[in-house]
Design a protein around this ligand. Structure first.
Ligand code: ATP
Length: 234
């Protein structure tokens, strides 16, 4: 379980995150929703140690993540897939995948590469191709598959739907849901596409101007008209 307590973060004088507390239960998808600038990306960056909190903590089970160096996060089971699908286009699909296990030496085995290809058959078909031939949706699959090679317990996923066609978004979200069901992964999914995110999430957290507005079961949030109109844009 991931627990966020009173997390507060600044960029210089700008308070981007203001006393946010919530829990992301093990083996569930928790969607983090809110408009542009709500603080969603900052929340993930603060949990994974890329931004130093000015107050508060994030805990992975009992472990205080504030005391874990960024380079050790993957080693303790926390994976962060940032926005932007950072694949190395000159490398092959398989070479990109292998990079994912650098944080956990010895973890790249034929078995877990095969597992990645079983989860994402399109990557298996293209394993020897340079990553620049991949579509946006395939690149998103590659960065998720790469993160999974380090065998995380918790996956922080930032805006995987950005710029993808609706059909591809459904495909990616279905894959995330499958991972949670079959692997028991804990996912924190940041999304502007609130409707799609809630359709696969167990729980949702809504941020506005850095503050937590509400956290509840996804089904409750999806049917709360006032909340949807005010914060979720659908
Ligand atoms: P988006 O969906 O647009 O990425 P978000 O909900 O992820 O929005 P953040 O990117 O976390 O929001 O931004 C929260 C606030 O912090 C915004 O006011 C933003 O302008 C500010 N901010 C974000 N990154 C920086 C930065 N590197 N330097 C200064 N201010 C920043």
């Amino acid at each position: 379980m991931l627990t966020v307590r009173d997390l507060t973060a600044h960029y210089g004088p700008v308070r981007a995150l203001d006393g946010v507390s919530f829990t992301a239960p093990r083996g569930q998808v928790t969607a983090v929703l809110g408009a542009n600038g709500a603080g969603k990306t900052t929340l993930l960056r603060t949990i994974s140690g890329l931004v130093r909190p000015s107050r508060g903590t994030a805990l992975l089970d009992e472990r205080d993540l504030g005391r874990v160096p960024v380079e050790d996060m993957a080693g303790i089971g926390l994976a962060h897939v940032p926005e932007g699908r950072g694949v190395i286009t000159q490398l092959t699909v398989e070479e990109n995948l292998r990079l994912g296990a650098l944080a956990r030496p010895g973890r790249v085995t034929a078995t877990n590469l095969d597992r990645a290809y079983a989860l994402f058959p399109v990557l298996g078909d293209r394993r020897a191709k340079p990553a620049h031939v991949l579509s946006g949706g395939e690149r998103q699959m590659l960065v998720i598959a790469r993160a999974l090679l380090a065998e995380p317990a918790v996956l922080l996923l930032d805006e995987p739907s950005l710029g993808l066609a609706p059909r591809v978004v459904v495909q990616i979200f279905d894959l995330v849901r499958d991972l949670v069901e079959t692997e028991g992964l804990t996912v924190v999914l940041v999304e502007q596409n609130a409707r799609s995110a809630l359709s696969i999430a167990d729980r949702g957290v809504v941020l506005h101007l850095g503050r937590l507005v509400v956290q509840d079961a996804a089904a409750e949030l999806a049917t709360d008209d006032t909340l949807r109109h005010a914060y979720l844009g659908f």
